[in-house]
Ligand binder design. Sequence first.
Ligand SMILES: Cc1cc2nc3c(=O)[nH]c(=O)nc-3n(C[C@H](O)[C@H](O)[C@H](O)COP(=O)(O)OP(=O)(O)OC[C@H]3O[C@@H](n4cnc5c(N)ncnc54)[C@H](O)[C@@H]3O)c2cc1C
Length: 521
Amino acid sequence: MNREENIKQISDQSKIWDIAVIGGGSSGLGVALDAISRGLTVVLLEKADFAKGTSSRSTKLVHGGVRYLAQGDVGLVLEALKERGKLLKNAPHLTENQPFIIPVYSWMERVTYSAGLKLYDWMAGSLSLGSSTFINKEETLRRLPSVKSAGLKGGIVYHDGQFDDARLALAIAKTADDAGACILNYASVKDLIKDEHGKLIGLKVRDELNGEKYSLRAKMIVNATGVFADKILQMDQPGSEKMIQPSQGIHLVMDRKFLGGNDALMIPKTRDGRVLFAVPWHDKLVVGTTDTLREKPKLEPTPLQKEIDFILETAASYMKEAPTRKDVLSVFAGLRPLARPKEGGTKTKEISRSHKVIISDSKLVTLTGGKWTTFRKMGEDTVDHYPEVSGELVTPSQSLDMKLYGYTMEIPEGHWSVYGSEAKAIQDLAKKNPELAEKINPNYPYLMAEVVWAIQNEMAVRVEDILARRIRLLFLDAHAAIDSCQKVAELMAKELKKDQEWITAEVEDFKKLAEKYLIKV
Ligand SMILES: Cc1cc2nc3c(=O)[nH]c(=O)nc-3n(C[C@H](O)[C@H](O)[C@H](O)COP(=O)(O)OP(=O)(O)OC[C@H]3O[C@@H](n4cnc5c(N)ncnc54)[C@H](O)[C@@H]3O)c2cc1C
């Protein structure tokens, strides 16, 4: 992906794009991927970095949603199970089949959860990731050595997918870009352009890196801005009713020893009736999540103390060694773009998690809700509206079996897996240049070659892009990320031809950001 070349493409005033997508999270990227699979021309504009918003802050599950099944949302689960199965096939380097164990403390729990999970297995059909089974107490403690044993009757093992969300976003962006889409980060949509009949015909864009302004023309404009959707809707129709209800979920990242083993833990019912996951991820443990209504959408939402306490307390009631605040290596918060119900109602669990495509009078197409797992189907459902909006025909979607960038069946070892078929090229960079063979941080496997690779091939332009989303150090260990930012900034400055002033500003900005991922002890 080359940012300069893509900027040149949007400067071409004679061009009329088939689809312009606002937002570079999972929803927008799903639309771009599906549009390109049908041979449409597409431009995607992201105001920050790809997956800077909610799409880098998920629980990292490619799942059908066991809990939606408990709520009776069969259609949603069926759709998600199909997408789960396909995604694991199309991006084996970025996804994994992850066994989960539900510890059971009563025979009633065993019967209920076993029946529900058998149904879940059956619904996945030929795309099943493995059958659920009951395991006895000894086997449960062997596989989850840190789980409390008092009163334990056994465990139920089931399978779901697990992934690196920000890396998957990049792989989708690269797949679409490679197939001819124009994908841009740090390109913010500032206004919409309408014709004399009030129909949308274009966008006003600002390059956030240098302030340059551009106007684009497009036949269909998609608002895929997650929790920010209302801002674009306001540009379309000032004073229109709010559609989005942000709901915050936080995760704590800690050492894997708090769970032990390779299985994930799933608690189907916490004291507030929610689900709690503890999932091994990049050699750490991600524990979450919460569901707290927030009024304002934010790119960097802040975790609330009560959310941190809730997760620690709930984890403590299942783990032999209770994690404390000082064990938290990083905390991250994300906002669910839930559809706001028409008639009040403040319980977020009751607000629909399915996606919606809404078309305004001016033909602005807004995609809201949904989840990461179903990003492709959300894209397909959105692009299906192209004929209605543009008046032109479109071929059926071809994205279901599209292999994503880096696809390989020979998955590289260790942290290299996320690069898939590209890992060798990065390792070669390190072999050729000893400076690039150095580690970014002595306690983690990432090499300086990955910084150069991310700048040259993955549109990374800021220190944060590298440390938060190209490699996930900020999410895994915020202190380690802070310790590494000077070194990363210096190498970036060399590559991007920036001066000392840039290095100082980047390091300062990154440290300020990373502070938010630390917990005060
Ligand atoms: C705590 C939590 C856990 C979750 N866990 C899972 C999970 O395990 N599995 C799963 O399948 N789903 C999960 N989800 C759901 C999933 O993460 C979201 O549904 C998904 O990431 C939403 O993506 P999005 O693209 O709609 O929004 P975002 O990722 O927020 O993307 C919107 C983008 O639009 C950009 N933007 C905004 N305004 C403009 C503008 N004017 N111009 C240009 N760009 C703009 C923003 O910068 C942002 O990057 C979870 C959600 C949360 C909150």
